[in-house]
Ligand binder design. Structure first.
Ligand SMILES: O=C(O)c1ccccc1N[C@@H]1O[C@H](COP(=O)(O)O)[C@@H](O)[C@H]1O
Length: 221
């Protein structure tokens, strides 16, 4: 089971979490978020992590989370930071994703493209089908009328029992060490994404909770 720990802002925590066995670190490139981190600082963290060439860091996905950002800005962030995956967490259309895919291919065709959908009801789930042939992964997060992400709210997992798009899908929204086993049992995603459920405060990860989250996932899957 693929595990992404999101909302990283500190080098020492990034290193520790990668060493615990996370598959991906997420960096919030959304200025209005309390977990915002500049492209410059992301670049410094990635440079320090990857310069050792150590095994844990070679295959690590380093995901920039963007919200209604232009393709030009995203591509510039990718080229200047060392990020190797893009998560779109706003109202980006399938056409936007397609255009971005073409532009990312010119930088590096290996860049992973993830489209997050903030799901309120079954109609929201249907929208996933529009993206599944364009992106590498569909990520389902809970809907909140005020906050775009990192809300700590969960989707109604019962609704996801039969969710099976044409591409991989990851579950986000309100996951924690306490509930992740139940989430896997009910929804069977290919990946899991957590932020506020493993934090001391926004952007400051609780390494003990991260460890417990990863252990629970590995025990259960
Ligand atoms: O975490 C944020 O501040 C954020 C801001 C804007 C867009 C997405 C954001 N985070 C995403 O939210 C989910 C995890 O949320 P939770 O705290 O575990 O409920 C994850 O996809 C993050 O990438």
């Amino acid at each position: 089971m693929y595990i992404k720990i999101c909302g990283i802002t500190k080098l020492d925590q990034a290193r520790a979490i990668a060493q615990m066995g996370a598959d991906a670190l997420g960096f919030i490139c959304v200025p209005s978020s309390p977990r915002y981190i500049s492209t410059n600082t992301i670049g410094q963290i990635i440079f320090s992590l990857t310069k050792s060439q150590s095994e844990q860091f070679v295959d690590l996905d380093l995901i920039g989370v963007f919200l209604n950002t232009s393709t030009a800005e995203i591509c510039h962030a990718m080229e200047s930071s060392g990020l190797n995956a893009v998560q779109l967490h706003g109202d980006e259309s399938p056409e936007f994703c397609d255009r971005l895919r073409s532009q990312l291919d010119l930088i590096n065709p290996q860049i992973k493209l993830i489209k997050a959908l903030r799901v309120k009801d079954r109609a929201g789930l249907e929208r996933a089908k529009l993206y599944s042939d364009i992106v590498d992964v569909v990520l389902l997060d809970a809907y909140d009328p005020q906050i775009a992400g990192g809300t700590g709210k969960a989707i109604d997992w019962q609704m996801l029992r039969d969710f099976c798009p044409n591409c991989d899908w990851w579950l986000a929204g309100g996951l924690s060490p306490e509930n992740v086993a139940e989430a896997i049992a009910l929804t069977s995603p290919q990946g899991l994404d957590v932020s506020s459920g493993v934090e001391l405060s926004a952007g400051d990860k609780d390494l003990d909770r991260v460890k417990r989250f990863i252990t629970s996932v590995k025990e259960y899957s």
